[in-house]
Design a protein around this ligand. Structure first.
Ligand code: THU
Length: 131
């Protein structure tokens, strides 16, 4: 799958975001080795700390479907800020992804101007259990 198509899937997921508190809609699309894509959006809550980011929604959806052979993640947000994954999402990705895993990041109104970064750059010296 082309990067542009994965970004488009993330943009489509962002349209489904439930973000009445921040009004910042985020979508994520996780590409599996066989081309299947799992998407997610941010889901906010009146108790703000219960909010789930788009990235973790996509990750949990793929895990629940029995898939963890991922090759890339796209994250897209509607709004002015680039949706660089938060610390919690970086650590959750680290649980399943190699250091070379690619994350594509873009704003919905400028998908072609995406940035790409690998997990090692997002989360240096990541914590992993070795046993
Ligand atoms: N958010 C995400 O879903 N992913 C990101 O990469 C950054 C932040 C969400 C969480 C919350 O619903 C809103 O954006 C504002 O922080």
């Amino acid at each position: 799958m082309k990067t542009e198509a994965l970004l488009e899937a993330a943009a489509e997921a962002a349209r489904k975001a439930y973000a009445p508190y921040s009004n910042y809609k985020v979508g994520a699309a996780l590409l599996c080795a066989d081309g299947e894509v799992f998407t997610g959006c941010n889901v906010e809550n009146a108790s703000y700390g219960l909010t789930n980011c788009a990235e973790r929604t996509a990750v949990f959806s793929a895990i629940a479907a029995g898939r963890k052979d991922w090759v890339a993640l796209a994250v897209v947000a509607e709004g002015e800020s680039m949706p660089y994954p938060c610390g919690a999402c970086r650590q959750v990705l680290s649980e399943f992804c190699q250091e070379e895993f690619s994350v594509y990041i873009a704003k919905a109104d400028a998908l072609a101007e995406y940035e790409v970064v690998c997990l090692a750059a997002l989360l240096p010296n990541r914590f992993k259990m070795t046993n």
